[in-house]
Structures are given as C-alpha cells and as structure tokens.
Design a protein around this ligand. Structure first.
Ligand code: UDP
Length: 254
C-alpha cells in the first residue's frame, strides 16, 4: 500500500491523510499513558479492541441522530473518519463520583451523583488539561456560545444512550470524556462528536462486582488491563467467538 502522510500523532492514536479530501485514517495504537504522560506502557491488543468498541458506540449514537466523525472501519486498527477541527475542550460527563472529582471535592468514589454533571477541561498537555468553566471557554473563544450549547446538549444525550447501552450488558457507566470537532461542509459548520469512546476514555464498572473494566486498571496497576477491555467488547457482542468478522448484537445480561 502507498505510504500515507502522517497528519498527527497523539498518545493513543495516529491520524493519516485519508483517501479523499476531507477524510483521515485514525489508527489505534497499543500505547497507554496516564497522569499527563508521566506513566507510560503498552497494553497488547488495546488498539484493536478500542477500534472496535469506538466503532460500535459511534454507530449506535449515529443511529439516534448524534452527528459523529466516524465513516467506517477499515481494518483491525484503522477507521476512516471525517476531518474536523478539534475544539480544544474536553467534555466530561459524570454519573457517579470517581477520579479527579472525588479527589477535588472529597466525595468517596462510587457515590451516585444527584444528577449527571458535565465538566469542561481545556485541552493542553503542558497545563495538564485544567478544569475550566463556560466563562473561560467563552472569554478565550475556545468554543462559541452556540457550539458550547451543542456540546452540552449532545454530551447529555450521549450519556443517556451510553448509560442504557452499558446497563443492558451489566456495566455501570461511571463517567467518560468526549471531544467535539467542527465539520466544515460547504458554507456550513457543524459540531460533531470526534476522537473515540472506549475504555480508555470511560470509567466502566461491572454492576455486580464493581470490578473496573477500564483504564483505571492501568492507572492504578490493577493488572488484567487487556482482559478488562476484552470483557467490555465481549459483552457488547463485538468480540465474536466465530472470528473477527462475526459481528453480533449485544449479549444482554439477565
Ligand atoms: N479522561 C480521559 N482523558 C483525560 C482525562 C480524563 O479520557 O485526559 C476520562 C477518564 O478516563 C474518566 C473521565 O474522563 O473516564 C473523568 O476523568 P477524571 O477527571 O476523573 O480524571 P482522572 O482521574 O482520570 O485523572
């Protein structure tokens, strides 16, 4: 295959020029980082699983009208996406206290929140993605007020869908991080879901045992990281027993 031009390399993914203008190829690596790059490692097979899991989630979201950058999966580690301009704001949605919120506010991990909470962080590795308010986002022009409205509304809809989707397979969606991009189409600019949604960017706890099925296993040295990601894929019905091309619907838990 012809050598493609690398457009961007991040911590867990690489973006290559796509086959047509306005498209990119998103390649999922096995590399894992945590604590703003201070901890590094490789989780064998993670890229393959995240490619599949993110594809599955983006397709489910598209079905209910959430605009996304996803076009189609190309192979085990790559997917074709629409090229967007990433809005430099990470949107975090929380259903249960954990991680930085527990630390910051002294709420024990696992405490259900009275309502879903949306937080924003400014995307900056140098600054460690600091928590910011809508005021900062508007004042510094990171996103326009209508874009912010779109991001908030889409984030809550995504949370509703994913909460139900994971609950259906016995997994509690504790929190997750998403990113949005600007999709330029003719004269129009649309806010669309970009990046990925996977166990790298979600906290997922088994409903019965509370076992962690996400990147916290890597962050906290709990072991069995790849197995946990595999379990998420298996429950969603995308780790088929009949081979990699045998796509089935989700295995609903009793
Ligand atoms: N998250 C992420 N990338 C980041 C920061 C957070 O994907 O750079 C996800 C994380 O996996 C969790 C949620 O966002 O599902 C909330 O993370 P938190 O703010 O608690 O930060 P952490 O404790 O992971 O540092």
């Amino acid at each position: 295959m012809a050598r493609r031009r690398k457009v961007y390399e991040g911590k867990a993914k690489i973006l290559y020029e796509g086959p047509e203008p306005g498209t990119l190829v998103q390649y999922f690596k096995d590399d894992a980082t945590a604590f703003n790059n201070q901890k590094k490692g490789i989780i064998t097979g993670k890229g393959v699983l995240n490619n599949r899991i993110s594809e599955y989630i983006m397709l489910r979201l598209a079905e209910i009208g959430i605009p996304t950058h996803f076009v189609r999966r190309l192979n085990m580690r790559e997917q074709l996406i629409r090229e967007v301009e990433i809005i430099p704001v990470e949107v975090i949605v929380r259903n249960i206290a954990a991680g930085s919120m527990s630390k910051r506010l002294g709420i024990p991990e696992g405490t259900p929140l009275p309502r879903s909470i949306v937080e924003y962080c400014y995307k900056s590795d140098d600054l460690g993605d600091p928590l910011v308010s809508e005021e900062h986002i508007a004042a510094f022009g990171w996103a326009s007020p209508p874009e912010l409205d779109d991001m908030m509304a889409l984030a809550l809809r995504i949370n509703d869908v994913l909460f139900g989707l994971f609950a259906g397979v016995g997994i509690r969606l504790v929190d997750f991080k998403i990113e949005f991009g600007r999709l330029y189409e003719d004269e129009d600019v649309r806010t669309v879901l970009a990046d990925e949604i996977s166990p790298d960017s979600c906290r997922l706890w088994d409903m019965r045992s509370n076992e962690k099925l996400d990147k916290d296993r890597f962050r906290r040295d709990l072991g069995g990281v790849a197995e946990a990601y595999q379990e998420v894929a298996r429950r969603l019905g995308i780790l088929p027993e009949g081979g990699p091309n045998d796509l089935k619907g989700p295995a609903v838990m009793q």
